[in-house]
Design a protein around this ligand. Structure first.
Ligand SMILES: Cc1cc2nc3c(=O)[nH]c(=O)nc-3n(C[C@H](O)[C@H](O)[C@H](O)COP(=O)(O)OP(=O)(O)OC[C@H]3O[C@@H](n4cnc5c(N)ncnc54)[C@H](O)[C@@H]3O)c2cc1C
Length: 380
């Protein structure tokens, strides 16, 4: 019987396998993962402090249980170093080979790191998986009070919100003039900026780090705009880059991610890609909802019914509980402009096209919850 091998054990891998097992209980499945392959929810990493979760309690289902429930051959703590598309084999860092009939890449993405001048670059943390989170919590436990975050996007702002909830002092450094400037309009960003500032954040926007040095258990940060301050821990959250390295080496078509069509099939007809590593018809959508929809479509394809993924309107919720934000629909491009309104404690922004039709929206503050459903209905 033909076998399917999945590389990775994140949300993309496990959602796909769950969906596939609903359709096919017998086809042999092998999962290979660099990490321990425990099932967890990555979005919880940036809200775990407020929710009283530690690394152990973030694990929803241990790897062995996942293997048993989903009838999987599990090869955990093992990295795939290459694939041979002619022989249909994966090479592992143990030196072993695994054969596949069909292969699914769910490799995720790596945090982007920029080298700062100074002697403390190696001490900068990024949090993108459970092992990173364990390191982060171990550092926090070592008498840390002042945390600096470089990157004022979704992940940086969510970590700031979470750290504030536990009384940490937070400095955020962001290149844009307002937080989340690539995702939401400036007025909405300013509303978030003001809410987090009132809760204690010191913002350094429109600038970046010039030097980062360590002195007697302290770190000193000097910014390009001349500001300087000390901190006990530096977190980098400046974006993610799809993992494509061995896909490229194997000759698969790669752009910003592993290039796949609407059926999630790569340029090699036996290989598929899903999740943060995949570029689906030109788009990288590094969020949970696109993974869910992609997994359902790919499960059907792998079970014998070729299916294209069709994405509905997928809101992105920014989990800054001090000032929640939701953004949905098409909010970018030259043909889109914003109609702004101040509401209660936040902003209601409607994106309209040149014909005056709503194409998307962004809501902040209490309104984010109240009006989300009715505006989403208007986008369908
Ligand atoms: C802090 C944080 C908060 C977030 N919050 C939200 C949110 O609120 N809403 C939302 O929609 N999205 C959110 N996201 C994004 C969302 O969590 C991701 O899009 C999603 O989890 C990605 O899943 P994935 O399976 O593609 O990748 P990953 O979960 O990164 O999994 C990749 C897997 O591949 C394995 N792997 C990689 N290379 C190899 C190799 N060579 N050999 C073997 N195994 C390999 C890794 O070990 C890992 O198991 C958040 C992300 C972060 C970091």
């Amino acid at each position: 019987m033909s076998n399917i091998t999945i590389i990775g054990s994140g949300l993309a891998a496990y959602t796909l396998i769950r969906e596939f097992r609903k359709l096919d209980k017998e086809t042999p499945l092998t999962l290979i993962s660099s990490d321990a392959a425990d099932f967890y929810s990555k979005p919880m990493l940036s809200t775990a402090l407020a929710q009283g979760k530690d690394v152990n309690s973030l694990v929803i289902t241990p790897a062995e249980k996942m293997a048993e429930q989903l009838k999987l051959k599990m090869i955990a703590n093992t990295t795939v170093t290459g694939i041979d598309t002619a022989e249909k084999t994966c090479t592992l860092d143990t030196g072993d080979m695994v054969s596949y009939d069909r292969l699914v890449l769910t490799l995720g993405a790596d945090p982007i790191r920029i080298p700062f001048q100074g002697n403390a670059n190696d001490d900068v943390l990024s949090v993108n998986n459970l092992d990173d989170y364990a390191r982060f919590r171990a550092k926090l436990a070592a008498n840390v009070k002042r945390v600096a975050i470089v990157g004022a996007g979704l992940i940086g702002c969510e970590f700031a919100n979470d750290l504030l909830s536990q009384g940490y002092q937070v400095n955020i450094i962001g290149l844009g003039a307002t937080p989340l400037d690539t995702l939401i309009p400036a007025a909405a960003g300013r509303a978030l900026q003001s809410a987090l500032q009132q809760a204690g954040v010191t913002w350094h926007l429109g600038t970046t780090i010039k030097t980062f040095n360590s002195h007697n258990k302290n770190y000193s940060v000097v910014l390009e705009n001349g500001d300087c301050f000390d901190c006990d821990l530096m977190l980098s959250a400046i974006g993610l880059q799809s993992k494509t390295e061995f896909a490229k080496q194997a000759g698969l078509k790669v752009s910003r991610g592993v290039v796949v069509d609407a059926t999630l099939q790569s340029s090699n007809q036996s290989i598929y890609a899903l999740g943060d590593c995949a570029e689906v018809e030109g788009q990288i959508l590094p969020y949970v909802m696109p993974i869910m929809h992609g997994a359902r479509a790919l499960a059907k394809t792998l079970a014998g019914e070729p299916t294209k993924v069709v994405y509905p309107v997928m809101p992105v919720i920014i989990k800054t509980t001090l000032h929640p934000i939701v953004v949905a629909g098409n909010t970018r491009g030259n043909e889109v402009s914003w109609q702004m309104e101040s509401v209660e404690d936040g902003v209601k922004a409607i994106a309209v096209n040149t014909a005056g039709k709503m194409t998307g929206f962004c809501l902040t503050g209490k309104t984010a919850n109240k009006e989300k459903q009715s505006l989403l209905a208007g986008l369908k």
